[in-house]
Ligand binder design. Structure first.
Ligand code: ZN
Length: 177
């Protein structure tokens, strides 16, 4: 039950492939504590998702918080592209504070994963959920969204983004941190 410091770009933990959660760790006090700290840290930082490396733990656990009433805990994910048509959204990241960047990703994915009790689950995600899912799962494999910004003129400070880009966008084209 603690708000942890969010690791930032440059911290090596964000560049590692995180280890898998082991079978005996599901349901353990350690995993419960990790998830609580991740939730507390995500809420305190006003994020819509967080991955364990972002609080310094190199383990394959992520939380998607697009719907605050219904957080999705994703452990040891395997991701499959369902529709490789690229879809672009402006992304931000708690670990890269102050910036926004335009990233194109496959528009639909299926993710097989385990929940916190070790149950196998599947999510079919498209739209914003597909983007947030891919962004968070990238964190488990050492990738940051800035790596995926192909047009570097579309990587900028948030104030300039608000001044020059946001007024030109259709609703729903940007994703908060
Ligand atoms: Zn991020």
């Amino acid at each position: 039950m603690a708000i942890r410091t969010i690791t930032r770009m440059g911290n090596p933990v964000l560049r590692q492939t995180a280890r898998l959660v082991q079978p005996e760790e599901f349901g353990s006090p350690w995993l419960k504590g990790l998830l609580q700290d991740m939730r507390d840290s995500m809420v305190a930082a006003e994020g819509i998702g967080i991955a364990a490396p972002q609080i310094g733990e190199s383990v394959q656990v992520a939380i998607l918080g697009l719907d605050p009433e219904n957080l999705i805990v994703v452990i040891n994910p395997r991701i499959h592209v369902v529709d490789s048509t690229l879809s672009g959204l402006w992304e931000g990241c708690l670990s890269v504070p102050g910036l926004r960047g335009y990233v194109e990703r496959p528009r639909a994915v299926r993710v097989d994963y385990y929940d916190e009790s070790g149950e196998e689950k599947t999510i079919n995600a498209d739209g914003m959920l597909a983007t947030v899912m891919q962004h968070e799962l990238d964190h488990l494999f050492g990738t940051l969204y800035v790596d995926r910004v192909t047009d570097k003129t579309k990587l900028m400070f948030i104030e300039e983004y608000r001044d020059f880009v946001l007024p030109t966008l259709a609703a729903g084209s940007d994703i908060p941190d």
